[in-house]
Design a protein around this ligand. Structure first.
Ligand SMILES: [Zn+2]
Length: 91
């Protein structure tokens, strides 16, 4: 089994970023942000049998988290301006 670890970082970072945005937090909007961010980042796959330390180091890499944060923020800015979010603000 393989897993895209970039997706894990995006999910973690997204949880943090979303708190700072006045944005709809429904599943569709979260998925929108996630997909936009992931399309702008290269996937990084690990095997289930790969070294746990290596996976952990990947997830905790500070520089990587900063670049992911930038992409997630970019994606959030796009989604916050879509019709669904605009309509929300008009009640
Ligand atoms: Zn929504």
């Amino acid at each position: 089994m393989i897993k895209n670890y970039m997706e894990i970082i995006v999910s973690e970072v997204l949880d943090e970023v979303i708190k700072n945005y006045d944005i709809c937090k429904c599943e569709d909007c979260i998925d929108d942000i996630k997909s936009i961010a992931l399309n702008n980042l290269s996937p990084v796959y690990f095997l289930a049998s790969d070294d746990e330390g290596e996976k952990k180091a990947f997830l905790l890499d500070r520089q990587r988290r900063i670049s992911v944060l930038a992409k997630v923020a970019e994606a959030a800015e796009i989604v916050i301006n879509n019709d669904h979010n605009k309509n929300k603000n008009e009640g």
